[in-house]
Ligand binder design. Structure first.
Ligand code: HEC
Ligand code: HEC
Ligand code: HEC
Length: 87
């Protein structure tokens, strides 16, 4: 039992370094709920090129508006107006 607890702690500590923040603060007041998106979308490759995720090369306005807004309007779920994303 004790061993399991220690193993879980070790795992949590390790996972902490491998994963992104729950909410990523972006430019112009955008708060991106990374964790909520991971959980609801499941598929990391909706945004990342690999299932491991990580920094997205060339991430910025064009990519964000295409990917973020694109999915929200296609799926009719999630914000599509400026003020909903840019607080
Ligand atoms: C809806 C889009 C989206 C989904 C789905 C998503 N991510 Fe991300 N993720 C991002 C964005 C945007 C960033 C910030 C990228 C940047 O700053 O270059 C990020 C950053 C990360 C980072 C941190 C990079 C760093 O060093 O700060 C990791 C690790 C990561 N994601 C892993 C994952 C994994 C694993 C999954 C699937 C379980 C996943 N992501 C699903 C959009 C997404
Ligand atoms: C592949 C689809 C998809 C992509 C890509 C995506 N989203 Fe979303 N997003 C959603 C869905 C679906 C919801 C609605 C979740 C709900 O209402 O349960 C949502 C909700 C949101 C919300 C409002 C709710 C919350 O969690 O704060 C914000 C803000 C948001 N997304 C920002 C972003 C940003 C910024 C990006 C790009 C970095 C992004 N999204 C990329 C599907 C996506
Ligand atoms: C789905 C969320 C979302 C919507 C809707 C949205 N944006 Fe953005 N916007 C972002 C994200 C994410 C970034 C990239 C932030 C970063 O690079 O850190 C961004 C970047 C920008 C930038 C560049 C900021 C910089 O300093 O590089 C401008 C300007 C901008 N948006 C204006 C707008 C305007 C105007 C609208 C409405 C027509 C709009 N956005 C709608 C999420 C959104």
């Amino acid at each position: 039992m004790k061993k399991t607890v220690i193993a879980l702690f070790a795992l949590a500590a390790f996972a902490g370094t491998a994963f992104a923040a729950d909410v990523i603060e972006m430019k112009k007041g955008v708060k991106f709920t990374h964790k909520a998106h991971q959980e609801s979308l499941k598929d990391c490759t909706k945004c990342h090129t690999t299932a491991a995720g990580g920094k997205i090369e060339g991430f910025g306005k064009d990519m964000a508006h295409k990917t973020c807004k694109g999915c929200h309007s296609e799926g009719k779920k999630g914000p599509t107006s400026c003020k909903e994303c840019h607080k």
